[in-house]
Design a protein around this ligand. Structure first.
Ligand code: C5P
Length: 215
């Protein structure tokens, strides 16, 4: 099949986890492998689009032809995305961003005291929500990984983050090659349910965006 479409877009894609450091060696993060975001980047390249891939630390090869912006912390991902969004037609936020990070980062390595310690966590900025506020004519697609009451929670996030669509997946997606997703548009309608390899789902998602959200 010919994956190329007539309108080439420039797409900002976030992928992988972020890290929030307690000191210079310890961090809070999550089990995201980055596979779904990297599959989307590959699929976008396959379809003839330009890609700016803003990625947290992952152990994956970078799809040939996309521009990689490597970040570690949530605020670095936020800054990179805000700096690059204006030149793009839309954003797909597949990153598993830390919700909270330590209020302070200790320099060096915290010393073990023999006592329990308390670390204050502060909420991290919501990247896709901020891009949603700034997007103007651009489009934005978010992800939601939900265990409980998934459809309702995904719809809530879609509106809270001002997305044009949200991809709902389940916790079984973490680290796997396969995924099972539901694509929900801004009218709260489930427009697709796809199960299969992440790369195949990614090709379908890119095709749907090109047909539905691109002008
Ligand atoms: O973590 P949450 O379920 O809210 O994530 C939903 C969507 O929001 C995902 O697309 C994720 O990449 C994005 N997100 C973000 N910045 C955050 C938290 C989530 O861009 N701080």
């Amino acid at each position: 099949v010919d994956l190329k479409t007539s309108i080439a877009m420039k797409i900002l894609i976030t992928a992988g986890p972020t890290r929030e450091y307690l000191d210079d060696v310890r961090f809070l993060s999550n089990a995201s492998s980055g596979r779904m975001g990297y599959a989307i980047a590959q699929a976008a390249i396959d379809a003839g689009h330009e890609v700016v891939l803003v990625s947290g630390p992952v152990a994956l090869p970078v799809p040939a032809g996309c521009e990689l912006v490597s970040v570690e912390g949530t605020r670095d991902m936020y800054d990179a995305c805000l700096a690059r969004f204006a030149e793009c037609d839309g954003v797909i936020a597949a990153a598993a961003v830390c919700d909270y990070g330590p209020r302070e980062r200790t320099s060096g390595k915290r010393i073990k005291t023999g006592q329990s310690i308390t670390i204050e966590l502060v909420e991290m900025p919501d990247i896709i929500a901020e891009l949603g506020r700034q997007k103007g004519p651009r489009w934005s697609v978010g992800f939601a990984l939900e265990a409980q009451d998934p459809h309702r929670r995904a719809v809530e996030k879609l509106h809270k983050k001002n997305c044009d669509a949200i991809v709902l997946n389940r916790t079984t997606a973490i680290g796997a090659d396969d995924n099972s997703i539901e694509l929900i548009d801004s009218t709260d309608t489930t427009v697709a349910k796809w199960t299969g390899r992440k790369i195949d789902i990614a090709h379908r998602l890119i095709a749907w965006i090109a047909a539905t959200l691109a002008d």
